[in-house]
Design a protein around this ligand. Structure first.
Ligand code: DHB
Length: 515
């Protein structure tokens, strides 16, 4: 559908109902044209293929060889016609044109849609002067941040460019944004609405923007991984339509072809119970134990939640709170340890095995128990409850704040512990939870517009959330028949990307598929 034909659809309604619109109405942040001038609004969403800066950068491949990459760098000031804050609602596009002096044609290349959200905070690419220069981009301006590919080596964003792919880097509003009248305009579901609007912008510009808009691969880490999973699960869901309309989002699909999610901090309303099921027996870093009653109560809730999910896994049948540990160990953790051990030199492997006698190794397979694995991981990172903290101190309590309340409880459990048995969550919370949870779009309302290809990665020592979150997401997707590649990185902590080269190859493989 062309932009002209859909111009009317980008005119936001006059009623400014939500917190986000209230922020536009009252705030001092840069605000785009609203209301009259629908043609002008639609015009603002037309990508100009000639509006680039040509840049050259050196990108080191996974083998350590440096390459000279020339690319066209585009800055799109706003991907919506009625932005709330253009500092966050813009995107950058990088299109490779030559590698080591040989021309590259990215006209039909896959598009890596790399968000750089961390901590559900605002993320801006407005001041970036090249690829990966936003927070976490891993490029010259920001190596090692949330979106940048973690620890060492080249970032997946730069490797994507080197591979000849188009890289789109969107900004998005985040939980801490507040305007001059005290209105919070970046709390849930602002970030996902923004990312969807950015996808719509790309898809509305089919034929103008370089790359294959039917092969968009979303990526993100941690909160950004959660949003990437949500983008994948909720593609074209009608539940976001009015919010997108209010922003003047392009009238196009927001479905993405694939979703790549590193340590997704997601399924937030079940994350406290999942955390206690997983890490409940582990002490905090200072050696103290968490509240045993709270931990046990939450753990019991997880049993019920898991039963409701009705997940199955090959060799395990129905997954329950009783066999889930075995499933994690056999399906993911032992293979993870085996890959790790196999990659070590003989000397390093012998030293590792000597230092970790809980680990059995027959030269091919690693074996251990869940209990020994938990001991090996050691201290848990978060107190109980980990996400909906009683004192409202967590990022998630802020993420589920309202336009006028900085922090709120979003689980009945924590709310009632604080305010008594009769307390009720604010009326808008259930819908916000749905809008933020990929599991809702995969379990409660199975969304046919979802991605069918999934890349999911998580460190085995990452106790920012339960190890079950990624595994349950994968199990559900596999149960739906989707193509899922989930691996755990052995002994890795939070926000690590240990196989960016494999990810780039995966993009190439899946993009060649018909669907
Ligand atoms: C992130 C980490 C967390 O522990 C959390 O609760 C939310 C977000 C992050 O790194 O993005």
């Amino acid at each position: 559908m062309g932009l002209t034909a859909t111009a009317a659809a980008v005119v936001p309604p006059l009623g400014l109902a939500t917190g986000a619109r209230a922020a536009t109405a009252t705030g001092t942040e840069p605000v785009g044209a609203v209301g009259e001038g629908s043609a002008a609004a639609a015009e603002s969403l037309v990508f100009d293929p000639s509006a680039y800066t040509e840049l050259t950068t050196s990108i080191t491949d996974t083998e350590g060889t440096a390459h000279t990459v020339t690319y066209h760098f585009y800055k799109v000031a706003s991907y919506v016609a009625a932005p709330v804050d253009v500092v966050y609602q813009g995107l950058n596009v990088s299109v490779p044109v030559a590698v080591d002096g040989t021309a590259v044609d990215a006209t039909h290349a896959p598009i890596l849609f790399a968000n750089s959200v961390g901590g559900y905070m605002p993320s801006s690419v407005a001041s970036a002067t090249g690829i990966g220069a936003g927070p976490g981009g891993g490029g010259p301006g920001g190596p090692g941040g949330p979106g940048g590919g973690g620890s060492t080596g080249p970032s997946r964003t730069l490797l994507a460019l080197l591979a000849g792919y188009v890289v789109v880097e969107p900004g998005a509003r985040g939980r801490t944004l507040v305007d001059s009248s005290g209105v919070y305009y970046g709390v849930a579901p602002a970030a996902i609405v923004d990312l969807k609007a950015a996808v719509r912008y790309v898809k509305a510009n089919r034929g103008r923007i370089p790359g294959n808009v039917d092969r968009i691969v979303s990526s993100g880490t941690s909160a950004g991984g959660a949003l990437s999973a949500l983008l994948g699960a909720s593609g074209d869901s009608p539940l976001y339509a009015s919010l997108l309309r209010e922003l003047g989002a392009a009238d196009a699909s927001d479905a993405v072809f694939a979703s790549a999610d590193w340590c997704p901090i997601t399924d937030l309303e079940h994350a406290d119970m999942a955390y206690e099921w997983c890490w409940g027996d582990n002490a905090l870093a200072d050696g103290s134990a968490v509240d045993a009653t709270v931990s046990a109560e939450l753990r019991a809730q997880f049993t019920d939640y898991l039963a409701q999910l009705r997940l199955t896994a090959p060799g395990f049948g129905r997954l329950t709170a009783r066999n889930l540990d075995d499933h994690l160990v056999r399906t993911y953790l032992e293979p993870s340890a085996a890959r790790y051990l196999a990659a070590l030199s003989d000397t390093d492997r012998a030293a590792y095995l000597a230092a970790n006698p809980f680990l059995g190794w027959d030269g091919k397979k690693a074996t251990f128990t869940w209990a020994d694995f938990l001991t090996h991981v050691g201290a848990r990172k978060k107190d109980a409850p980990s996400f909906d903290a009683f004192d409202l101190s967590t990022p998630e309590c802020n993420e589920f704040g309202s336009s006028t309340t900085a922090v709120r409880h979003f689980t009945e459990y924590s709310l009632r512990k604080q305010e008594g048995a009769g307390a009720r969550l604010d009326a808008d919370i259930p819908e916000k939870l749905h809008l933020m949870n990929p599991m809702f779009h995969l379990v409660d309302q199975v969304n046919s517009g979802r991605s069918r290809h999934w890349w999911i990665r998580l460190g085995t020592k990452d106790s920012d959330t339960s190890l079950t979150v990624a595994a349950n997401l994968a199990a559900r997707l596999e149960n739906l028949g989707d193509d899922v590649d989930l691996q755990y990185y052995w002994d890795a902590g939070h926000a690590v990307d240990n196989d960016p080269g494999d990810f780039i190859q995966w993009i190439g493989r899946i993009s060649a598929k018909r669907r």
